[in-house]
Design a protein around this ligand. Structure first.
Ligand code: ZN
Length: 317
């Protein structure tokens, strides 16, 4: 079965201001590298549809959904800031709808067997968005919506979310624990594994090895070898024990050595390594099903090359 790339050009139109690192050129850099690598001929490419707004309530309060929609600027209106740093321009709401739409479309395409795995060029990203608020360039939590959607529509019993963005997926943890009410005694069918530089934004999270939350902090000096050792020790045994029927990935590439957002020094080979490890688990327990969503990654060339390594891993090239 083929691997798919799902997104929409309108996800590139959301603009948080001149020189902002989370900009539409990130998506251009990804598509340039997919073309350069020849992968654009290997994968199937899909335009996402705008998400059905009601699905956002799978992960968010109606108050937060209404707050974002009611304050979204119309054409020509001034920007509106959600939280401290998530800026909406007059194109943002459309980008949000196509970004979250890509996540649920990808779940459908993987669950109905059209694709074995999918990578979504989701922008704006989502993993910092909590149950009742947006933050950290995120408005709605694409991966949490996709996880709940997969369970609701397809009756999956065990969905794992793994997050190798260099920032902790605080929003995803918040939704799993405070909205899905998953606890160590009753995981509600979710497992969340997050690796992140610590201390670094959003700062407050501490280590956990108790499912459903596996938090794996990384020292600023971390290179690929230590990254692989940590994930081998903390993530892989928990994932094998959990036996996920679907793996969702919050795929941020801002731990790359060329990315100035952090001090962690990963390379494309490390992203290929973790993708290979996750594919082994998906093949063993979940018929190979992986849906991967773009989160961070702010050095355009490194981002594009890392996505190529990641997609090659999903394909098994
Ligand atoms: Zn990040």
């Amino acid at each position: 079965m083929p691997v798919g790339i799902i997104g929409h050009y309108r996800c590139g139109e959301h603009n948080m201001g001149e020189h902002h690192p989370e900009n539409g050129k990130r998506l251009t850099a990804i598509s340039d590298q997919l073309i350069r690598s020849g992968l654009d001929y290997v994968v199937r490419q899909f335009d996402s549809k705008p998400i059905d707004k009601s699905l956002l309530a799978l992960a968010h309060t109606q108050e937060h959904i209404d707050f974002v929609f009611d304050n979204a600027p119309s054409e020509g209106e001034e920007n509106f800031i959600v939280g401290e740093d998530s800026v909406m321009n007059d194109k943002t709401l459309t980008s949000i709808m196509y970004s979250a739409g890509a996540a649920v479309d990808a779940v459908d395409l993987v669950m109905d067997g059209t694709l074995s795995a999918a990578f979504c060029t989701t922008r704006p990203p989502g993993h910092h968005a909590e149950h009742d608020k947006g933050m950290g360039f995120c408005f709605f939590n694409n991966v949490a919506v996709a996880a709940a959607y997969a369970k609701q529509k397809y009756g999956l019993k065990r969905v794992a979310i793994v997050d190798f963005d260099v920032h902790h997926g605080n929003g995803t943890e918040d939704i799993i624990t405070n909205h899905f009410n998953a606890t160590p005694e009753d995981d509600k069918g979710y497992l969340f594994c997050s690796s992140y530089q610590y201390p670094l934004y959003p700062f407050e999270i501490q280590e956990s090895d108790i499912p459903p939350i596996i938090n794996t902090p990384l020292a600023a000096t971390t290179k690929g070898e230590q990254f692989r050792e940590k994930l081998t020790a903390h993530w892989l045994p928990a994932l094998h024990k959990f036996k996920p029927e679907l793996i969702l990935i919050s795929a941020g590439f801002d731990a790359h050595i060329e990315d100035e957002m952090s001090h962690v020094s990963l390379t494309e080979a490390d992203y290929r390594w973790i993708t290979d490890e996750l594919k082994i688990i998906a093949d063993e327990y979940g018929e190979g099903r992986i849906v991967s969503l773009l989160e961070g990654g702010y050095a355009p060339s490194a981002l594009g090359r890392s996505v190529v390594a990641h997609v090659n891993g999903l394909i098994g090239n």
